[in-house]
Design a protein around this ligand. Structure first.
Ligand code: GLP
Length: 240
């Protein structure tokens, strides 16, 4: 695990942008794995800028999103489909046919998870970007998820729903289920960047880096991956 400590979230995002730009310049046909949440928003803005400055193109990029809520429409303002369109996809030249996100549809959720998993087996992710939940989750792999888990439909735990309440008006609106790449899918990526900012992430970051590899702190499994870069601001790194 390589650990980079930056002054603030702006620097974290800048560092992550540099790594994504380098990846795309080296391999324009990369398959990228994208997260959502508040952490990557500035990174996406910087990638849009880099695209507009002709430093990179997404024309031959394939993308997979980490996760998506189940049971809300893809057009819902808080769906991850909408998030990705708002922050990245509608501003760059990525082709729609190369963009993959888990489906929101609750009726065929398990079948859709299987199909998504098949795609992930077919196209290995070159560079997976991750955030982290305050309980150490990655994607929506909550504590207790088996480390060999593949894409699945997950019941969100109460703490995670509370953390994501900031994006909704009321807790009753926060979905109860999501579909997520499993830990095994994430670990199958060639390279991983995990970004974290803010004090609220410091305990999870400490456990992820210094604690044992355990299902109770899903991000700790990254200790076993050969190519992980962790980019932290000073607050997220404060317990190290
Ligand atoms: C959600 C997402 C995760 C993300 C986490 C942290 O639970 N499913 O992929 O890493 O939130 O979100 P934030 O970046 O807003 O702290």
């Amino acid at each position: 695990m390589e650990i980079i400590i930056c002054k603030n979230h702006e620097e974290v995002s800048e560092k992550a942008k540099e790594l994504v730009v380098k990846q795309l310049q080296r391999k324009p046909m990369s398959t990228l794995g994208f997260p959502t949440g508040s952490t990557p928003i500035l990174l996406y803005k910087k990638l849009v800028d880099a695209y507009k400055k002709h430093l990179i193109t997404f024309k031959n990029v394939r993308s997979f999103n980490l996760d998506e809520y189940v049971g809300i429409e893809p057009t819902h303002p808080q769906s991850y489909h909408q998030f990705m369109d708002d922050h990245l996809f509608s501003h760059i030249d990525i082709e729609k046919k190369n963009v993959y996100l888990p489906k929101n549809d609750p009726t065929h959720a398990h079948e859709n998870a299987r199909l998504y998993n098949d795609l992930l087996k077919k196209y290995q992710i070159d560079l997976q970007i991750l955030g982290i939940g305050t309980n150490g989750h990655i994607g929506f792999n909550e504590p207790g998820t088996p480390l060999g888990q593949e894409t699945f439909v997950v019941d969100l735990n109460e703490g995670t729903r509370q953390d994501n309440l900031k994006f909704f008006n009321h807790i009753d609106e926060v979905p109860y289920q999501a579909m997520t790449m499993g830990i095994k899918n994430i670990m199958n990526s060639r390279k991983i960047i995990l970004m974290a900012s803010g004090e609220s992430k410091s305990e999870a970051i400490y456990q992820m880096i210094k604690g044992p590899v355990t299902e109770q702190l899903p991000a700790s499994v990254l200790q076993l991956h050969p190519q992980v870069i962790v980019i932290l601001d000073e607050a997220a790194a404060s317990k190290l």
